[in-house]
Write a protein of this length. Structure first.
Length: 650
DNA sequence: GAGTTTGAAACT
DNA sequence: CAGTTTCAAACTC
C-alpha cells in the first residue's frame, strides 16, 4: 500500500515549500502509493470480483514488502494510524474500481466504447489524498484538505505535484505541507490535464480526470441513488457544458492563465474548451507554470478550495462547523440567490465571511425557498425531458461518443433541447412572495404539481406517485440499468419531495393564520431596502438572535437547497459491502423547511452534473471513516477515532 | 445567439 | 486598502 513517510516536521509557508530544494515543510512521499495504483490502470475486466482483480494487479508494485499480513503480523507491525490509513485506502480503491466497472457496464449497455480505466494520475491523486489524510492524523489538522497544484510534468515522472494539507487548524498558523512524488508520468499520453485540485472535504475527492471518490459513508448514499455511468442531464448545456464533471471555459482574453478561467483555477488543463489563444495546456507548460507561480506569489492560497469546513452529509449538522466560503461573497444585487454568488453556487449559506448586501441566502429565508422550489421544479421538468429524449433515442453505438468524455453526449443533447425554465412562473412566484402571498403561491405550486402529475400520468408506463415508493423506484431503475427509468424514478421522487414541501409551507401558513399573524414570514424580512448591509439587517443571521445556521450540507453538484433530498434513507442496495459508515447516513435534518417527512422519506437523488463551483468542494466536516476490512479492527482508541475526535481527519 | 448583468480577479 | 478595470460566467431577451 502507500508508504507515506514523514521525513520532516514543522511548518512553513507554502511558497517556500513549493520551491524546489527549498527548506521544506514536512515532506510526504506517496510514490509507492501511486505505483501501486498504477496497477488499476492496467486494464481489468468487470467479470471478477473487485478484490480479486485489484490485488493481483497491484501485487508487483508491492513486491518489496509484504502486502498481506496475518493478524499477528499486523498487530506487531501496523500502527493504528497505518491501519486506519490502509483501511481508508482499501475503501477508496474499491470505490475507484467500482466506478470504473460500473461505467464499463453502463457503456456496454449503451453500446458505446468502454471508459478508460483509472489513470495513474487518479492513482496519484488518491495517493495524495492519503498523504494528506496521514498528515491530518499526525498533525491534528481540522478539516484538512488535500490540494494538489502545479503539476510537476517533468519528463519521466518527477514530482507530480504539491500537496497542501490545511484546514481549520487548532493552532492558527500551523499548517502541514507535503510533497508527494509519483512514478506516474506527469501527464497522460493523451495530453489531458496535468494538474489537479482535490478537495478532500466530506464531499469526497474529485479525481483529476473525472470520477470522484467518496468517503465510505457517502459512497453508499451515492451508489444508492444513481447507477454509476448514468449521468443526469445538465441544467444548462451552453457554457456550463461539462465533461466528466468539468466545465469548459470560453476565455478570450486571459489566455486561460488567470483565475478567471475555471479550468486553470481548478488546476486542469483546458480540454475541449472554446477558449481563444489558450496557454493552459501541456504545450505551454512553461508559461503556465510561470503564471501559477505568479498567482501563488500574490496569494498562496489562490488554488485552495473556496469552500471550507462543514459536516458530513448534514447528518451531524449541529456537531461540526458549517461549510463556508473562505473569503465570503460580495454580492450586491443578486441577493445571493443567483449563481453569480459563489456561496449560492456552492450550495452553502452565506456566512459572516461574506460582505454581501441584501442577502437572502441564509437559513430560513423564504425567498431562498422559493428559488429552491423553482429550481426543483425545473430540475423535475428537466429530468423528465431528458428521460423522454433518452427513451426516444435508439440505443446504437455512436463512434462520436468517446469514452473520454464519459459518453455523455446523449445527456448533453438532451439537455440542450430542454426548454428554458418558466420565467413567468418564477417572476410570478417572486412577486407573490413580495406581496406576502404565500397562500397564493402555494396554490399556484399545487396547480403546477398537479399539471406535472397529470402529464406524467398520461405517459405510458407511469405507475403513479405514492408516498413511499421513491426509493424503491430508483433502486429498481438501477437494477434495470435504464436511463429513462432512472429519470422517471428521479422525477417521481422530486415531485414527491415537492409535494412534501408544499405541504410544509401550507402548514406554516396555517400556523401563522392560527397565531393571528399574516405576515409573510421571512419574506418580509427578506425584502428590505436595498443597500443595507445584511449583517446589520439580517436578524436571522445574527448569532445573538438565532442559533448558528445549520448549513445545508449537500454533496457537490447538488442544487442549492436540495440537501434534504440526499442524506437520509439507507441505500436499498449497499454496493460497498466492505465499507460501512461509523455514523450511518441517518436522516438529514437540514433546515426545517427542507427536511423530508419522517414517515415517508423521499428517495435520495444526486445531481452530479449540476454546475457548481470549481473545484467542487462542498460539504463537509471531515467524515469519520470506518471501514470493515480483513484487517485488525480499528479500535476506538486508535488513530481513526483519535483523529476524528481531534478533528484531525480528512 | 447576441446583448446585458453580475461579481470575482486583477490592477492602480 | 479602497477604488477602478477587466474578465468570464450567468442571465435575459
Amino acid at each position: 500500500m502507500v508508504q507515506t513517510q514523514r521525513h520532516g516536521q514543522g511548518t512553513g509557508d507554502r511558497a517556500a515549500a513549493m520551491e524546489p530544494g527549498g527548506q521544506g515543510p514536512p515532506q510526504y512521499h506517496a510514490q509507492a502509493g501511486a505505483q501501486a495504483y498504477a496497477g488499476i490502470a492496467n486494464g481489468m475486466t468487470a467479470s471478477a470480483p473487485l478484490a480479486q482483480q485489484a490485488r493481483p494487479q497491484m501485487a508487483p508494485a508491492y513486491a518489496a514488502q509484504p502486502q498481506y499480513l496475518t493478524q499477528q503480523q499486523m498487530a506487531q507491525q501496523i500502527t493504528p494510524q497505518e491501519a486506519s490509513r490502509r483501511a481508508l485506502q482499501a475503501a477508496l480503491e474499491q470505490q475507484l474500481l467500482q466506478q470504473h466497472f460500473a461505467a464499463q457496464g453502463a457503456a456496454a449497455r449503451a453500446g458505446v466504447p468502454p471508459p478508460a480505466p483509472p489513470t495513474q494520475h487518479q492513482a496519484a491523486a488518491l495517493a495524495a489524498y492519503l498523504a494528506a489524510h496521514q498528515a491530518s492524523l499526525q498533525g491534528g489538522l481540522q478539516g484538512a484538505q488535500a490540494v494538489a497544484v502545479t503539476p510537476g510534468s517533468q519528463p519521466g515522472g518527477g514530482p507530480l505535484g504539491q500537496v497542501y494539507a490545511g484546514g481549520a487548524m487548532p493552532n492558527p498558523g500551523s499548517q502541514a505541507q507535503m510533497q508527494f512524488s509519483a512514478a506516474a508520468p506527469a501527464s497522460r499520453a493523451d495530453g489531458a490535464s496535468g494538474g489537479f485540485v482535490m478537495s478532500a472535504h466530506g464531499g469526497g475527492v474529485q479525481l483529476p480526470f473525472g470520477g470522484r471518490v467518496f468517503p465510505p459513508a457517502q459512497a453508499a448514499a451515492q451508489a444508492a441513488v444513481r447507477p454509476p455511468g448514468v449521468r443526469p442531464a445538465r441544467a444548462r448545456a451552453s457554457s456550463a457544458a461539462l465533461a466528466g464533471g468539468k466545465k469548459h471555459c470560453n476565455c478570450k482574453n486571459s489566455r486561460c492563465l488567470k483565475l478567471y478561467c475555471e479550468c486553470f483555477a481548478s488546476g486542469r488543463y483546458c480540454e475541449g474548451c472554446n477558449c481563444v489563444l489558450c496557454n493552459n495546456n501541456k504545450e505551454s507548460e512553461a508559461v503556465r507554470q510561470a503564471a501559477v507561480e505568479a498567482i501563488l506569489e500574490r496569494n498562496p492560497c489562490a488554488f485552495r478550495p473556496k469552500i471550507q469546513g462543514g459536516t458530513d452529509e448534514g447528518a451531524n449538522a449541529a456537531a461540526g462547523p458549517a461549510p463556508r466560503h473562505n473569503k465570503g461573497c460580495n454580492c450586491k444585487k443578486s441577493g445571493c440567490l443567483k449563481k453569480y454568488c459563489e456561496c449560492f453556487q456552492a450550495s452553502i449559506f452565506c456566512s459572516d465571511n461574506c460582505k454581501c448586501i441584501d442577502c437572502k441566502n441564509f437559513e430560513g429565508s423564504d425567498a431562498r425557498e422559493v428559488v429552491m422550489m423553482s429550481l426543483m421544479h425545473e430540475q423535475a421538468r428537466h429530468n423528465s425531458n431528458a428521460m423522454q429524449q433518452a427513451a426516444k433515442r435508439p440505443r446504437v453505438a455512436d463512434p462520436l461518443r468517446s469514452s473520454a468524455t464519459g459518453g455523455e453526449g446523449g445527456a448533453a443533447a438532451a439537455a440542450a433541447t430542454v426548454p428554458r425554465p418558466r420565467m413567468m412562473l418564477n417572476e410570478t412566484m417572486r412577486e407573490m412572495v413580495k406581496r406576502g402571498g404565500l397562500e397564493e403561491m402555494c396554490s399556484l405550486l399545487m396547480l403546477v404539481a398537479q399539471e406535472e402529475e397529470q402529464r406524467l400520468a398520461s405517459e405510458p408506463g407511469y405507475q403513479g406517485l405514492s408516498a413511499d415508493d421513491g426509493a424503491a423506484d430508483i433502486s429498481e431503475a438501477q437494477r434495470s440499468g435504464g436511463l429513462s427509468e432512472l429519470y422517471e424514478a428521479q422525477e417521481r421522487a422530486v415531485l414527491q419531495e415537492y409535494q412534501s414541501i408544499l405541504q410544509k409551507i401550507l402548514e406554516r401558513v396555517n400556523k401563522k393564520t392560527a397565531d393571528g399573524g399574516d405576515a409573510p414570514n421571512g419574506a418580509a424580512a427578506d425584502e428590505r431596502a436595498p443597500g443595507e448591509g445584511q449583517h446589520a439587517q439580517e436578524g436571522a443571521r445574527d448569532p445573538a438572535s438565532q442559533p448558528a445556521p445549520a448549513q445545508a450540507v449537500v454533496p457537490p453538484g447538488v442544487p442549492p437547497g436540495f440537501g434534504a433530498l440526499l442524506g437520509g434513507a439507507p441505500p436499498a442496495e449497499d454496493t460497498t459491502p466492505a465499507v460501512r459508515p461509523l455514523h450511518g447516513g441517518g436522516a438529514t435534518a437540514v433546515g426545517q423547511q427542507w427536511a423530508p417527512r419522517a414517515a415517508a422519506p423521499a428517495a435520495r437523488m444526486s445531481y452530479p452534473n449540476w454546475p457548481s463551483a470549481s473545484p467542487p468542494a462542498p460539504p463537509p466536516r471531515a467524515p469519520e471513516y470506518h471501514v470493515s476490512l480483513p484487517q485488525p479492527a480499528l479500535h476506538t482508541g486508535g488513530a481513526l477515532a483519535a483523529g476524528a475526535n481531534a478533528g484531525g481527519h480528512l
